[in-house]
Design a protein around this ligand. Sequence first.
Ligand code: FES
Length: 102
Amino acid sequence: MPDWHRVAEEADLKPETPLGVRVGDTQIALVRLEDGIYAVSDVCTHEYALLSEGFCEDGRLECPLHQACFDIRTGKALTEPAEVDLATYPVKVEDGAVFVRV
Ligand code: FES
């Protein structure tokens, strides 16, 4: 059963600056966009690279290894070499704390 996990403080999330967090073995990249905070898998679907170490602009997250781009809101793989979409996770903020449902 998915459950809510406290993973960060809202104040730690700067606009379009990914933050890597973990829930057990699940690695998640949190990103604050102008319309909210989003959570996607932190691990690229092409090979092994952490997207939280990549570049974020205009709602897209770019892998630092081969520069595939993903839509942060939907997880959709937008450019090659990635062909598989990222997992996405529901996010909620309560009293300044960020929770992800995993
Ligand atoms: S590992 Fe991310 S594009 Fe290759």
